[in-house]
Ligand binder design. Structure first.
Ligand code: CMP
Length: 136
């Protein structure tokens, strides 16, 4: 079944730093995503800790939170049919080494940490993540 859905996308510090934001946004648009909301921000480490709370027991949690708060990021609400799964297809595997040809992480990712983009992993988390960055 297909339905219009929204997902949260983050262009991470490694990609913003390399001025890849516009190029990445064009790829989303070419893939029929509408960018409904967008802002470029820099977050504090404690905010990154809240955002990545689901990973708090993981060994990489501290580095992950330091990294997301290390420089400007672009956060976006993306909309299209099956936005969550379609975004995950376009992003590719978490580790750029394992990402398929043509995916964002294969093209732009540097390492599993500096993997250029984040996308919500479920419709439920998409709502939580959108609300985290775009409280009305
Ligand atoms: P992201 O989709 O933003 O969600 C959590 C992030 O943790 C992930 O991308 C990676 O950048 C990072 N990470 C670092 N190490 C690992 C790991 N071993 N497994 C999964 N994610 C990891």
């Amino acid at each position: 079944m297909s339905s219009i859905e929204q997902t949260l996308s983050i262009i991470k510090p490694d990609a913003v730093e390399r001025n890849l934001s516009e190029e990445i946004k064009e790829i989303f648009k070419k893939n029929n995503f509408k960018i409904i909301k967008e802002k470029k921000i820099k977050i504090e480490k404690n905010e990154a800790e809240k955002f990545y709370q689901v990973h708090q027991s993981k060994p990489f949690y501290n580095d992950l939170c330091s990294y997301l708060s290390s420089g400007p990021i672009v956060v976006m609400v993306l909309e299209r049919e099956n936005a969550v799964s379609e975004n995950r297809k376009i992003m590719g595997a978490t580790d750029p080494k394992n990402a398929e040809e043509g995916t964002l992480r294969k093209k732009y990712g540097i390492s599993i940490d500096k993997n250029s983009v984040h996308g919500s992993d479920s419709s439920e988390n998409a709502k939580i993540e959108i609300n985290f960055f775009f409280k009305d």
